[in-house]
Design a protein around this ligand. Structure first.
Ligand SMILES: Nc1ncnc2c1ncn2[C@@H]1O[C@H](COP(=O)(O)OP(=O)(O)OP(=O)(O)O)[C@@H](O)[C@H]1O
Length: 757
């Protein structure tokens, strides 16, 4: 069922373009077609109707019984999806030789249908029910109810991007010695395809994926997107799902995706449309049942691993990316969930996106779902080509499994140099015989299997001689695409989804939601209430009219200054080290400006940070019998607030500068202790060469202000050598710290490059 759009047009446009699926003449001008695609894509994505256009495919909403559950409508959509699948699967040879395939993919992604020959659609009718089942863990009833909500978002128009990489190398210096992590990797992926990268752990998959995704720079080689180098505008067309799930633990699934939509979707969409889009993604990925569940983490129970991975994917596909990169999206998932994730990638690719994923050890069912395969071993390319042709290729170079085994397992064994249960080619056999001959001469132990190094060298050599030259030739052929399309890629203009103020307000709300649990946790409230009651009892109705009572009260005021200096520093130092991965990930895709994030992050803490001191002060102030007047109470409260905000600034600056929790905690404890000792309570006559230290101490300024509020003039026995006038100097010093520490924190964050999401 089609949900009407705001103006009622979107659905009609969608139908006219997508449902009719008219065949196009094969002779249509490719260039024309491509430029039409590019311009149409720009126009469509920039209109409000774009969100509702082309929501036609039955992606993710296949019935377990092969389509009957969702009724005829579902069946019809399934049919369309299959035909679209057939259109979009691109053959690289076709593409390079004629350029027509890209044109077709781009047109198909806009909902036009062009005849595409030479491709057999995947045998979906023969899929198992597990494969066909949507993500929702139950039930047909639920699905039927949700059918109306489900949208084929991924079928929305997108700029088709053809990815080519040739002779990509990457080096790092390990203890001063250069080490080659990748040595000349070449390959390609076209719209409509899923390219899988396989290889043993440490073979360089993540490194290669990061370079292809524009998150690391290759030492050598060429990576192109529609034959153009990476441009800043591409950031908004690329989705990158990292290996580790970088999500806020206390946000719900719905909140996570809604904030992503609000920040990442273009300005041309209204707030309501963006929210609706987040809901569509939730339904599309079958997350509706857990939409109000917290993401969770190590200490908080939340959604399951598979659901969390789908949220990560949702976070990226929400922008309708042209290129989607995923680093081990199935790791740690059971085989059925893994299969569903891969099926999801397949569905995404079918709508004209280019999908590149690394994969660790796929089951054989999973393995056959990838269109293309890259096999890496020790940073070298062992195979690049169609997945279906991988086994015949290895057979052609003399490597065959000797027992029935999963092809992925077989290939990984080979890439590891393990030839147990694998027939060894004659070249390796001969080499082994020769080595054994030499060993016999020296009476050493005889090798029965070739060494891992020999196997690796043989496979690299075989690929270089038999396949690589052909593939490289194809990669060199230019793509017949329009200048418009190239210009979109090369544009260095950064595009922000929202303006600065909107970014600030969205991030502020997100910050409040994420941390409300921390601040309003009963543990913290109990901690503060218990401390304040103990203080109130110890200083119960203290009497400042006697010298001893005065000294005691001064001790209480100093403790208040220290307590509300320590607490905020040690809370704030965790802020940036903990959010570093998230900040890197979000800045890598230009989600917001650093200044908006910084200001939102620091101000969203304030309301919650100031809530607990109020409880504390109310209890302590009146139990301890401090000056009972509203003005004195509020001035004391204000002093404590200033101290908290200054101390927070110090914590933020230390955390942002070191970005390492251990180092930051060590430095903070030394600093806070120094400030406390220089605070003017323990030592009154400080040697002149170190006396300047007190001016840096917020405890010192807070303590003096609290004294000033309680006793004006301050009795001599409580005073240090520095006279206390009207308190403006102390307030000025605290305000300077509030601003200065924050500027330092901001500048420290700026120098951290946004990378490696
Ligand atoms: N900056 C770096 N400094 C030193 N070594 C590095 C660096 N980056 C990558 N490496 C090394 O390069 C190799 C490839 O790393 P990469 O993470 O790409 O492997 P992978 O195939 O993705 O492994 P896995 O499957 O375990 O995630 C590893 O041996 C890794 O230690």
């Amino acid at each position: 069922m089609e949900r009407p759009t705001a103006d009622g047009n979107g659905g009609a446009i969608g139908r006219s373009k997508s449902d009719q699926l008219p065949p196009a003449p094969a002779s249509a001008s490719t260039a024309q077609s491509l430029s039409r695609t590019a311009s149409a894509e720009t126009v469509l994505s920039s209109t409000a109707d774009a969100a509702s256009l082309s929501r036609k495919s039955s992606f993710g909403k296949r019935s377990a019984s092969g389509g009957s559950g969702a009724g005829g409508n579902s069946h019809g959509r399934s049919h369309i999806r299959k035909s679209r699948s057939a259109q979009l699967k691109l053959d690289m040879e076709d593409l390079v030789s004629s350029g027509a395939a890209l044109s077709r993919a781009s047109s198909a992604s806009l909902g036009f249908s062009f005849t595409f020959t030479g491709f057999t659609p995947p045998p979906q009718d023969m899929m198992s029910s597990a494969e066909l089942a949507p993500f929702s863990d139950d039930d047909v009833d639920l699905e039927a109810a949700d059918t109306t909500r489900r949208k084929s978002l991924m079928a929305e128009p997108t700029l088709p991007i053809y990815l080519k990489f040739s002779e990509v190398k990457y080096r790092v210096a390990v203890k001063g010695t250069p080490r080659e992590i990748l040595s000349g990797i070449s390959g390609s992926a076209s719209p409509g395809e899923v390219l899988a990268m396989m290889g043993p752990s440490g073979s360089g998959k993540t490194t290669l994926l990061s370079m292809l995704g524009g998150r690391a720079t290759a030492a050598d080689g060429c990576i192109s997107y529609n034959d153009e180098p990476f441009g800043k505008s591409l950031k908004r067309r690329i989705g990158f799902v990292t290996q580790d799930d970088v999500l806020f633990t206390h946000l719900t699934v719905k909140e996570t995706l809604t904030y992503a939509a609000l920040l990442r979707l273009p300005r041309t969409m209204t707030r309501e449309q963006k929210k609706e889009r987040a809901m569509d993604i939730i339904y599309e990925l079958g997350l509706e049942r857990c939409q109000d569940t917290m993401i969770g983490g190590s200490f908080v129970r939340g959604v399951s691993g598979g659901e969390r991975k789908r949220v990560c994917i949702g976070n990226e596909i929400i922008i309708n990316p042209s290129l989607l990169f995923l680093d081990e999206p199935t790791s740690g998932l059971d085989s059925t969930t893994a299969l569903r994730i891969v099926q999801l990638l397949h569905d995404i690719a079918e709508t004209g996106k280019t999908v590149v994923t690394t994969i660790h050890q796929p089951s054989s069912r999973l393995f056959h779902k990838f269109d293309k395969l890259i096999l890496l071993g020790r940073g070298s390319l062992l195979y690049f080509g169609k997945t279906a042709e991988a086994m015949p290729y290895f057979s052609s170079i003399g490597c065959n499994p000797l027992i029935a085994m999963n092809p992925a397992e077989f290939l990984l064994d080979l890439a590891n140099g393990n030839t147990n249960d694998v027939s060894v080619p004659s070249e390796l056999d001969d080499k082994l015989h020769m080595e054994n001959q030499n060993l016999q001469d020296t009476n050493s132990k005889i090798n029965l299997r070739p060494s891992a190094q020999d196997v690796h060298e043989y496979l690299v050599d075989a690929y270089e001689h038999r396949v690589a030259y052909k593939e490289k030739k194809k990669l060199l052929a230019p793509l017949p695409i329009s200048d418009d399309m190239k210009a979109t890629i090369t544009s260095s203009k950064r595009e922000w989804g929202t303006n600065w103020c909107q970014q600030y307000s969205i991030l502020f709300c997100r910050g409040l939601k994420e941390r409300r649990h921390d601040y309003l946790s009963w543990m913290r409230i109990t901690q503060v209430i218990a401390t304040s009651i103990i203080l109130g009892l110890l200083w119960w109705r203290s009497d400042p009219t006697t010298p001893k009572g005065l000294q005691d009260q001064a001790g209480l005021l100093f403790f208040i200054a220290v307590f509300w200096g320590f607490f905020p520093v040690f809370t704030a130092i965790f802020t940036f080290p903990q959010e570093r991965a998230m900040l890197n990930k979000e800045r890598a895709v230009d989600m917001y400006k650093l200044s908006a994030y910084f200001l939102a992050r620091t101000t969203s803490d304030l309301p919650l940070d100031l809530f607990l001191p109020v409880i504390f002060m109310v209890i302590v102030y009146f139990m301890a019998g401090l000056k009972a007047s509203a003005m004195h109470f509020f001035l004391s409260m204000l002093t404590v607030f200033l101290s908290i905000i200054a101390a927070q600034g110090l914590g933020l600056a230390i955390g942002a500068t070191l970005l390492d929790i251990k180092k930051a905690t060590t430095l903070a404890s030394v600093t806070v202790m120094t400030f406390m000792l220089a605070g003017g309570f323990f030592v009154k006559r400080v040697p002149p060469f170190i006396s300047w230290l007190r001016y840096l101490s917020f405890n010192y300024h807070t303590y003096r202000l609290l004294l000033k509020v309680q006793y004006d003039p301050v009795p001599d026995i409580l005073m240090t050598s520095v006279p206390l006038d009207n308190g403006v100097t102390e307030v000025g010093a605290l305000v300077a710290m509030i601003i200065g520490y924050r500027v330092l924190a901001y500048l420290s964050l700026r120098r951290v490059k946004a990378s490696n999401g």
